[in-house]
Design a protein around this ligand. Structure first.
Ligand SMILES: [Zn+2]
Length: 282
């Protein structure tokens, strides 16, 4: 009997140790958020200050809207038809016109009227930086024309495959005409005044990338959300290896959460700050 009690106590102690170990494991599952000192915010928003300047939340870069749309290779700025579209940086117009006969996306007439600008900028990973502006109602520049940052290059529309008027904006590295040379545009422009940008890497418990997961940034009075890249093929920044971004989050402290899991990581963002966090789903 004593023997059994000893074994029982030993088992209980082992269980207790395991329980005590649990919080430490939970802490290990999320690295401390770090402030990025020199993000490559070399581009301006491609619209005037009066326009809607934040990317539409329902269809972020790398997400397919629950398979209702192609995986998004850019971000969308929803604005009325005719809203001026501006060059994001100095450069030369690489292409201006329709994609009816020249392929820039998944198929012909994908972007409708588009402009691609070749910038005098080299990405840190190597390769020329291009920006693409799609679904324009009209194009105000010609191929070969030099443009300065802020120059009007066209206007918002809904040409090509577009659900309503918006500017589809892409950043491409090294290959202007490659649909797969894209990067997340939110890694290339600074957060709006009074806000910060969160860049994240959300992993499954086994360390693989968590695909197409809704990520919430919750504060007492607001909740922001985005989705992780839906497919491993979505191009990432090689230095960051991120799989989601949440730009223009009002400065403040939040909890990074994923519904249905115990993930709960404190994240504070100051105005103008970019914070990187890696989190592992429990
Ligand atoms: Zn789009």
């Amino acid at each position: 009997m004593r023997m059994f009690r000893k074994i029982f106590l030993a088992l209980l102690m082992a269980a207790g140790c395991a329980l005590l170990g649990a919080p430490a494991q939970a802490q290990d599952s999320a690295s401390t958020p770090i402030v990025l000192e020199n993000p490559h915010y070399w581009l301006a928003r491609p619209l005037k200050k009066a326009a809607s300047l934040s990317a539409a939340v329902g269809y972020p870069y790398g997400w397919h809207r629950n398979h209702q749309s192609p995986i998004h290779h850019g971000v969308d700025f929803v604005n009325p038809q005719g809203t001026p579209v501006l060059a994001a940086a100095d450069g030369t117009v690489y292409y201006a016109g329709s994609d009816q006969e020249r392929l820039f996306g998944e198929r012909a007439n994908f972007y409708g009227n588009l402009v691609i600008i070749q910038h005098n900028l080299e990405a840190p990973e190597g390769g020329r930086i291009f920006t693409l502006y799609g679904h324009l109602s009209y194009v105000a520049v010609q191929s070969g024309e030099r443009v300065r940052q802020g120059d009007r290059i066209g206007a918002v529309g809904a040409t090509g495959i577009a659900l309503g008027n918006h500017l589809h904006f892409e950043v491409r590295i090294g290959a202007a005409e490659s649909y797969f040379a894209v990067r997340n545009p939110e890694l290339w422009y600074a957060p709006l005044p009074g806000t910060g940008t969160l860049i994240g890497r959300l992993l499954n418990a086994d360390g693989s990338k968590a695909l197409g997961i809704r990520v919430t940034l919750a504060a007492p009075k607001r909740a922001l959300y985005t989705f992780t890249y839906a497919d491993p093929s979505v191009p990432r920044d090689p230095a960051l290896d991120e799989n989601f971004t949440l730009a223009d989050a009002p400065a403040g402290c939040y909890r990074l959460r994923v519904r249905g899991t115990a993930l709960d990581v404190p994240v504070c963002l100051r105005a103008g700050q970019t914070v990187f966090v890696e989190a592992r789903l429990p």
